[in-house]
Design a protein around this ligand. Structure first.
Ligand code: FES
Length: 168
């Protein structure tokens, strides 16, 4: 079965969700270096950082929307759309790259029709994200699947991961 393209659109936030976001931002904006705690809290609450929150964060921290966007873009942990049912984080750091991780990732993304950070459309099955060193360098290439470490990956292992995710 062919899996098609990526980027699940982020749904518009309800009035209640915007109010919840306002409360989260207000609760964290008093902290030193409040931007990251706010973004982490929003992602924890919504599963991603909704774009509607950008102007709220900017106003609370007295920075521009572009600065908010810049922070979100800089850190790989933040998503702009809901993730799929499963999140596969493939390591892109040096040890995993030199152990074949780059080609492995390219082939997987190609098979799924995704770019980094993308989510498959077949029921939002899987999101594939980059991560930079999981401390499993001795067992490269490595990844996290839904937070569980996986090591010594190859094409066959990843194909099985996708197949099992689809069946789950
Ligand atoms: S470089 Fe991938 S786990 Fe360390």
């Amino acid at each position: 079965m062919t899996t098609t393209i990526s980027s699940v659109a982020s749904p518009p936030l309800s009035a209640a969700s915007i109010e919840a976001a306002r409360r989260i931002i207000a609760a964290h904006s008093v902290l030193d270096g409040a931007a990251l705690p706010i973004l982490h809290a929003l992602q924890e609450a919504f599963g991603y950082v909704p774009r509607e929150c950008d102007p709220l964060i900017a106003a609370a921290l007295n920075i521009s929307r572009a600065e908010v966007h810049g922070i979100i873009s800089f850190y790989h942990d933040f998503r702009r759309a809901p993730a799929g049912r499963h999140v596969l984080k493939l390591c892109r750091a040096e040890s995993c790259q030199s152990a074949g991780g780059t080609g492995l990732a390219e082939r997987l993304l190609g098979r799924l029709g995704l770019e980094w950070g993308g989510t498959t459309r077949d029921g939002s099955l899987m999101t594939v994200e980059a991560v930079y060193c999981l401390g499993l360098c001795a067992c490269s290439p490595s990844a996290l699947l839904d937070g569980e470490p996986m090591a010594r990956l190859d094409d066959s292992t990843l194909a099985t991961v996708v197949q099992e995710a689809r069946a789950a």
